[in-house]
Design a protein around this ligand. Structure first.
Ligand code: AMP
Length: 538
């Protein structure tokens, strides 16, 4: 039977089969909101009725600026299953980028957490297409706004029917949209279809992927605005796993430890940086996390110290690799479960790799001429991927296609693949820095640096940092007459010109920068040159 794959089917299945499983969500003031999938989907129908009154066009985008919580979860389903597209907006983007993506996506409504009201008040006048700003709050927690006519989520849905006739959606139609920061210019939108979302959810649940079961209690720390929290809001209801949503408290070790303990969390997922807060709290207090079996760590290379620390608490670290363009899961490292198969040395090596491709993701590495390289663990080349949950183009940017003629998507990562299928990221061809899971455009930083009258040339590279995975290191060639330019003057130059967290952590002055044949700065050579550098105090 040829059945259309749709997010609506997750809801129908979960409500029938796993309806009693819980969703626990931290709300304002640290209150724990507790209900079941059945309750959540019943409220999703109320929200769908409320959304229908706005008469949005089919496929219209509805934005969210929200933490991981139960209202955001309801919004995912009400929007997607109504035939609309849930555009999860990353609140950490700069104001100009936020304005750009809301307008580029043509968001017609935006649902936001009260925390983001100041942000929205600052940009709303530049987003004329938004017909309504809906606060994810109840009437008693509605903030006042001098400039905006805010709508209240709970008031909107309160008197709506709990019945809704979900439309039949085409499996190839979009259900979600997420923007990723590119190397230059504006962020690029990645649309997820109902079909790709379902296939990704199926694959991600496999034992050697995220390994999700009904007996699991899953706490996604990775935000629901970062590639749909790696698909967990879809895969958990399929499995019937209890969901624990930490709201705005994802960076607070004490809150996370409390949630793990009291809710019996068995699995959690997030970028390397978020685990440091939890591990530091456990170390200082001597508390343990008895129920936690596994953490999924992705989005950046995971330091071995984080894995070793989790090991002390009896927690498996499962490293995953993927991209916004890949929904995001591409490979998973389950070597810890097969530890007995390795010598100590081999295990130390293999655990650091980005993992083996999960079924559905084809991988290959190629040299500069496009010739495929062997899976020998030594040859390294451009990593390309192909599969049913990998994007086919960027939203409304057909000309910026990153696929070759055979449909392989260029990831911008450089990798080796060993005979056992373990892929290891060795470098990046895309010129970006990933700090604490968020992108920094090196070109934007370099443009500010080279505007300084005492700078002849500047390059910024991502360099290892124990807390943030990577931080920007600025390498500068002084201009003639600029001999007195020092680090303090250089770094002060960034104040007010660039977001504070994009400012480089340190400056190194050199006589010249390495250039390739086309005159481009060779970042690979530069990274090699500074490989033994350590940020002061890090
Ligand atoms: P994003 O689209 O924000 O999810 O970023 C995707 C990029 O993050 C990848 O192309 C890699 O450069 C990087 N990344 C993701 N996971 C890993 C990992 N396990 N190890 C190293 N880099 C990673």
């Amino acid at each position: 039977m040829n059945a259309e794959l749709s997010v609506t089917s997750i809801m129908t299945h979960a409500e029938r089969v796993n309806g009693g499983a819980e969703i626990v969500s931290l709300t304002q003031g640290n209150q724990r909101h507790r209900y079941t999938y059945r309750d959540a989907f019943s409220r999703a129908r109320q929200l769908a009725n409320a959304l229908a009154r706005f008469n949005l066009d089919e496929g219209a985008r509805v934005g969210t600026l929200a933490w991981n919580d139960h209202r955001h979860f309801e919004t995912y389903y009400a929007v997607a299953c109504s035939g609309l597209v849930c555009h999860t907006i990353n609140p950490r983007l700069f104001v100009e980028q936020l304005v750009y993506i809301i307008n580029h996506a043509e968001d017609q409504l935006v649902l936001l957490d009260p925390d983001f009201l100041p942000l929205v008040e600052a940009i709303a006048h530049q987003c004329p297409g938004v017909k309504g700003w809906i606060l994810l709050a109840d009437a008693s927690h509605m903030p006042r706004s001098e400039t905006l006519d805010l709508l209240c989520y709970e008031t909107l849905i309160a008197h709506q029917s709990r019945e809704f006739n979900w439309p039949q959606v085409d499996e190839s139609s979009a259900c979600a949209l997420c923007y990723t920061s590119g190397t230059t210019g504006n962020p690029k939108g990645v649309l997820y279809s109902h079909r790709s979302t379902i296939l990704h959810a199926y694959a991600s649940m496999m034992p050697d992927a995220l390994g999700l079961a009904r007996s699991d209690v899953v706490m996604p720390i990775v935000p629901m605005f970062h590639v749909n929290a790696w698909g967990l809001p879809y895969s958990c209801p399929i499995a019937g796993a209890k969901l624990v949503l930490p709201g705005s408290k994802a960076g607070d070790g004490e809150t996370l430890a409390g949630l793990i303990d009291e809710e019996g969390v068995t699995q959690s997922a997030g970028v390397p940086t978020v685990w440091l807060a939890l591990l530091a709290y456990l170390k200082v207090t001597g508390r343990t996390v008895e129920s936690l079996r596994r953490v999924i760590i992705g989005g950046a290379a995971c330091p071995v110290s984080v894995m070793e620390e989790f090991e002390r608490y009896g927690v498996e670290s499962r490293v995953g690799w993927g991209m916004t363009e890949m929904s995001p899961l591409g490979s998973v490292n389950t070597s810890e479960e097969r530890r007995d198969h390795y010598s100590q040395e081999d295990f130390a090596r293999v655990r650091l790799k980005a993992g083996r491709p999960i079924f559905g993701v084809e991988m290959k590495i190629v040299d500069d001429q496009g010739t495929e390289l062997p899976w020998d663990g030594v040859a390294f080349g451009s990593l390309k991927v192909r599969g049913p949950w990998i994007c086919s183009s960027y939203f409304k940017l057909d000309e910026s296609d990153a696929h070759d003629e055979d449909g392989w998507f260029e990831t911008g990562d450089v990798a080796t693949i060993d005979p056992d299928g373990y892929m290891a990221i060795t470098d990046r061809t895309k010129d970006v820095i990933k700090s604490g899971g968020e992108w920094i455009s090196s070109i934007a930083v370099e443009n500010v640096a080279t505007d300084h009258p005492k700078v002849a040339e500047a390059a910024v590279i991502g360099h290892y940092h124990p807390r943030w995975s990577e931080r920007p290191l600025l390498v500068v060639v002084r201009a003639p007459g600029g001999d007195d330019l020092d680090e303090t003057e250089m770094l002060c130059w960034f104040e007010g010109r660039i977001a504070k967290w994009w400012t480089p952590d340190a400056v190194q002055f050199v006589e010249s920068l390495p250039h390739g044949a086309t005159g481009k700065i060779q970042k690979i050579v530069l990274r090699e040159q500074f490989k033994n550098y350590a940020f002061p105090g890090a």
